[in-house]
Design a protein around this ligand. Structure first.
Ligand code: SF4
Length: 84
């Protein structure tokens, strides 16, 4: 099960994590080795109902590793740059 709960439990907005599809899948797919494939993880994200919340959370927390909301760290960085 993916460790999505290493965050402040007092933060109320984390209700979305209960519906995180990745929690039911192989966590390693979401944290591939450098240069490893992210395809499987992204495929799961595509059908995840909390994708927007997840991405927003990762952007807010400046998550450095893993796939969040269907985007890799690099893709999230790009998105952030575009938003500034
Ligand atoms: S969007 Fe992807 S990483 Fe985020 S909760 Fe859903 S399955 Fe997990």
């Amino acid at each position: 099960m993916r460790e999505l709960f290493l965050v402040d439990p007092d933060v109320e907005e984390l209700g979305w994590q209960d519906r995180a599809l990745c929690a039911q899948t192989d966590p390693e797919a979401f944290f591939p080795e450098k240069g490893g494939s992210t395809r499987e993880a992204k495929k799961v994200c595509l059908t995840c109902e909390v994708r927007d919340d997840c991405l927003e959370y990762a952007l807010m927390k400046d998550e450095r590793f893993g796939i969040w909301g269907g985007l890799s760290e690099r893709e999230r960085r790009k998105l952030k740059r575009r938003a500034v």
